[in-house]
Design a protein around this ligand. Structure first.
Ligand code: UDP
Length: 234
């Protein structure tokens, strides 16, 4: 079966990179994630990745710290992850470029939209660090924004849950998983699949958003092929 989506914006949460360590980067886990990414690139997909930073730091959990500074720290955390993922992708045999929304040219390219698209067209995976580059935002919103800019066909959000439920599946064994949802549902019922800024942005831009579990990394391939996995918000 071929691909459903040709240009994919993949959002990897920091947590997904921590594996069983629970924090920081477990490089074996990163390598496991990179294999299916290579598979979809070999199938012909153009893949850009926005990485989170929650495995190191979250601005909103920084207690009494100044929020802007705490968010700067969070964005730097995403760069650590971006470099880790880039290394994994290279070891898997892919060409990779890292671009950061906050310039640090000794480490990575600055974010330049046209250049990012050019990399994708040449078959390179582009890893975006620093989210939107602005405090008070999240990497979900960064994924939505970059997805719109590069005209991605879909945003694939790889997390630790296998989709959106009507109640917490860990607490309620009867919890029902949704296969599809509208952005209106996500916004009006505050379902917590993505932050509200990202949801309203994707709704405005009409970009579909698929949430699925990374516990089986092969889900990335299933998602790219349009097979039934996770919950599709559209
Ligand atoms: N962050 C930010 N602006 C952005 C994206 C991220 O300030 O556009 C900061 C923010 O502090 C956030 C942290 O980076 O808590 C890590 O990102 P996020 O929490 O989205 O990571 P994830 O939960 O996906 O691992």
């Amino acid at each position: 079966m071929g691909l459903k989506y040709k240009r994919i914006l993949l959002k990897l949460s920091g947590e997904a990179l921590a594996g069983s360590l629970g924090h920081g980067i477990d490089f074996d886990t990163v390598m496991e994630i990179c294999k299916p990414i290579k598979e979809v690139v070999v199938l012909g997909a153009q893949v850009a990745i926005v990485v989170g930073g929650g495995n190191f730091w979250r601005g909103r959990s920084s207690g009494s710290m100044d929020r802007t500074r705490a968010d700067h720290m969070g964005m730097l955390a995403t760069v650590i992850n971006a470099l880790g993922v880039a290394d994994g992708l290279e070891q898997a045999g892919l060409d990779v470029r890292v671009q950061t929304a906050i310039a640090m040219q000794e480490v990575a390219e600055p974010y330049i939209r046209n250049r990012a698209v050019r990399h994708l067209e040449k078959g390179r995976v582009v890893v975006f660090g620093c989210g939107t580059g602005n405090p008070f935002f999240s990497t979900d919103t960064g994924a939505a924004l970059r997805g719109a800019e590069i005209e991605a066909d879909v945003i694939l959000k790889a997390t630790m849950v296998d989709g959106v439920y009507d109640s917490d599946p860990k607490k309620n064994p009867e919890a029902k998983k949704y296969d599809t949802l509208s952005y209106m549902d996500v916004l009006s019922r505050n379902l917590g699949v993505m932050d509200m800024t990202a949801a309203s942005f994707c709704k405005d831009r009409g970009i579909p958003f698929l949430v699925f579990s990374m516990e089986d990394p092969q889900n990335i391939v299933r998602a790219a092929k349009g097979e039934k996995v996770g919950t599709l918000v559209q």
